[in-house]
Design a binder for this molecule. Structure first.
Ligand code: GLC
Length: 434
């Protein structure tokens, strides 16, 4: 079959994000921050206090880091050496779902099962040593309300997690109880942070000029250092990091695919921005648009992922063999080269829109931090597979920064902070006890 040209054009139009559109998003994002700083209930973002500022870079010692928030859980034993240096002493990683074996995040799973699994991984990392004292930093990458650095209550699951008995609970209480059940009394959780906060801490431990940390992966979210907030219960330097939970930013215009997907998602109405930009969701939008092109509207292509989109976009060969392979195996159609080209264009458009919207949110924060003054030279620290591996993302962020910031774009770039969500937890633990 050959795709209907009009339909294709229409779909491509849905995914375009012009300079005017992203400028409006950046400006609305800034306004939403301003509203939230005055009264958080008037912002569409949660803007959660983290009770931590920036590290000095001098934090040292051995700490455990539990990194929980995506498809894999990691527990890492770090040695912080100061001057931005650190070493991994031991590293254990396991998926939260193994098809046919176990699933700790699906509807039937319980808090106890999930946290027992985490305790087991911690036990593996300390190699059964139930004597030596360990302080643990916990990167828990979901919206949590805190009243100090160690007390974090899960407000609501995001990223389609659905384990029962965790929402509304203090996560480190659940963890401590699971450690006890396993006979581990020597591991003390001392800090809970969001993964964006972890990335910011990790990047700021190693570099100067870092005020914004972001995750661009399965989920999407950003935090920044707000200099005006001080709290006696906070630790670290110069203000407090706010976890924006900007996946929930609402002041932007979704297209018809965004709206249709939201309605059938695990939590309709929530995380509208994240559902437009992150890896977990871009592939859903992609699948829905392909279904329209194939006159199979409403059909869901199981197993079509962001990794497939990345393979499709990377295939620049004449016959688009890779694209053809992916579409045949995941969508069940053998298509002509002209249609395969359109599929590649579509994947690119979805990714480019995502990168441009994410950049607009960074610019909103940069404008807000600058206030009436000059934008200071800075790096926005980012971690996550979409930022790191998805073709077109980094160059489109750079381009959009140029469009929105003009000459000031020289002062701003994004840098990859690989593994920051683990290292940041160890740094937070050090900041909590030192
Ligand atoms: C989701 C979570 C947020 C996290 C982000 C990236 O948006 O709500 O807390 O930072 O995913 O993992």
């Amino acid at each position: 079959m050959a795709f209907d040209e009009m339909k294709f054009k229409d779909i491509m139009g849905e995914f375009s994000a012009t300079t005017e559109m992203i400028r409006e998003v950046a400006s609305n994002f800034r306004k939403d921050l301003q509203l939230g700083l005055k009264d958080v209930s008037s912002s569409s973002m949660r803007m959660l206090k983290s009770y931590v500022g920036l590290p000095t870079g001098k934090e040292t010692g051995e700490f455990l880091a539990l990194d929980f928030g995506g498809t894999n859980v990691r527990v890492i034993r770090y040695r912080l050496e100061g001057e931005g240096h650190s070493k991994i002493i031991r590293h254990v990683a396991e998926p939260l779902i193994v098809a046919g074996e176990y699933d700790y995040v699906g509807k039937g799973s319980t808090a106890e099962q999930m946290f027992d699994f985490l305790a087991k991984l911690i036990d593996d990392t300390i190699e059964g040593d139930h004597e030596t004292k360990f302080y643990l930093g916990h990167t828990f990458s979901f919206p949590s309300s805190q009243d100090d650095l160690n007390n974090a209550k899960l407000i609501i699951w995001t990223k389609e997690f659905a384990t029962s008995g965790v929402e509304g609970e203090v996560v480190n209480d659940l963890l401590t109880a699971a450690l006890k059940r396993r006979g581990i009394n020597n591991v003390e959780p001392v800090a809970v942070i969001n993964d964006t906060v972890a990335v910011l801490l990790s990047a700021a431990y190693k570099n100067s000029d870092i005020y914004v940390g972001s995750i661009y992966a399965t989920g999407h979210n950003t935090c920044y250092l707000e200099p005006s907030i001080h709290d006696p219960k906070g630790v670290g330097n110069g203000g407090m990091i706010l976890n924006l939970e900007c996946g929930n930013f609402m002041k932007l215009t979704p297209n018809r695919f965004d709206t249709a997907f939201d309605l059938k998602s695990e939590k309709p109405g929530e995380q509208r921005f994240e559902k437009m930009v992150s890896g977990r969701y871009m592939c859903e939008l992609f699948g829905m648009a392909i279904a329209e092109l194939l006159d199979e509207e409403g059909k869901h292509y199981d197993g079509l992922t962001a990794v497939d989109m990345s393979m499709i976009i990377s295939d620049i060969s004449e016959n688009l063999e890779k694209v053809s392979e992916v579409i045949e195996s995941k969508v069940g159609h053998k298509l002509e080269v002209d249609d395969l080209k359109k599929i590649r264009e579509l994947a690119s458009a979805i990714v480019i829109r995502s990168a441009r919207l994410v950049t607009a949110s960074y610019v909103g924060i940069i404008w807000q931090r600058a206030g009436d003054g000059e934008i200071v030279p800075q790096h926005v620290a980012v971690d996550g597979s979409v930022y790191e591996k998805m073709p077109l993302v980094q160059e489109n962020i750079k381009e959009a920064l140029g469009e929105l910031l003009g000459k000031d774009a020289e002062k701003v770039d994004t840098i990859l902070d690989n593994g920051g969500s683990g290292l940041g937890a160890a740094i937070a633990a050090a900041m909590a006890v030192q």
